[in-house]
Design a binder for this molecule. Structure first.
Ligand code: SF4
Length: 260
């Protein structure tokens, strides 16, 4: 590899396929790689060791220099105390049991385990494990049909449902300073998505657990920020892929190569 200046940034230029000695990432011949300035920054997504060999899975396992399992050991100790808090302990314990329940064939060894349940069933199971009775659902108007079906699935199991649509309140987009050409349908009245109101309605109903169904990017963030009960996501919105955002990631080497 050789250093080059590229648009004001120091980069590595890979003359052939090489493995980065620091981050153990394979860089393809002919690519520029931006220099990572702070080597202590956690970046597990770039860890290139086999899962079973990693130090976060195996005592004495392999790790890059910036491995947080080593560098953040003190923080890990501190955080462990958080799990001992009454609210967190049972929640985390049941979440771990739920993780295990997501697999069948466990008696045949790790190589033979198979996924056992779709996410909606996992959510139902987790709610039962935690003994929740009152469930909130914040959904997108674009997924109103799905929301109706999901509501029936949950309420038919004896759960009390409180659901709030994204357009709740019919507040005009002008309240956010939007102009006509910043609307989907130019020149018409449009209700803004109102995730803070969705959250406040569920908060006042004292829901014990909230499910998100198809909220937009950013609207979901505000819902998380204001919701008081713990939340889980049944589905995220992806208008192009039928709400399967990983479809674009899975096809990164073909149809979505422009994203690379
Ligand atoms: S914790 Fe360390 S070993 Fe585990 S994925 Fe992150 S960098 Fe890799």
């Amino acid at each position: 590899m050789e250093y080059r200046e590229n648009r004001g940034q120091t980069t590595f230029y890979a003359r052939k396929n090489v493995v980065c000695p620091r981050f153990f990432t394979v860089f393809k011949r002919g690519t520029y790689i931006k220099q990572i300035m702070n080597s202590d920054i956690t970046n597990c997504a770039r860890c290139s060791f086999q899962v079973a060999d990693r130090i976060c899975r195996t005592d004495g396992g392999k790790h890059p220099d910036n491995c947080p399992t080593l560098l953040k050991a003190e923080l890990a100790e501190e955080v462990l105390a958080e799990y001992q808090k009454t609210d967190n302990f049972e929640f985390a314990r049941q979440a771990s049991i739920q993780e295990k329940d997501g697999y069948s064939n466990r008696d045949q060894g790790y190589e033979k385990v198979r996924p056992a349940k779709p996410r909606i069933e996992e959510i139902i199971d987790f709610i039962a494990k935690m003994g929740y009775r009152k469930i909130g659902m914040a959904f997108c108007i674009g997924l109103r049909k799905e929301a109706g079906m999901v509501e029936k699935i949950f309420s038919s199991r004896g759960l009390e449902m409180v659901s709030a649509i994204c357009k709740i309140g019919r507040v005009p987009k002008e309240a956010l300073g939007l102009t006509d050409d910043e609307k989907i349908s130019v020149g018409t009245f449009e209700s803004m998505c109102n995730p803070i109101l969705q959250a406040e309605v569920l908060n006042r109903e004292k829901t014990e657990f909230n499910i998100l169904l198809g909220l937009c990017v950013g609207h979901d963030s505000l819902f998380f920020k204001y919701a008081e009960a713990p939340c889980s996501v049944l589905a995220v919105k992806d208008r192009v892929t039928g709400h399967n955002p990983l479809a674009a990631v899975y096809t990164l080497d073909s149809y979505y190569r422009a994203l690379k």
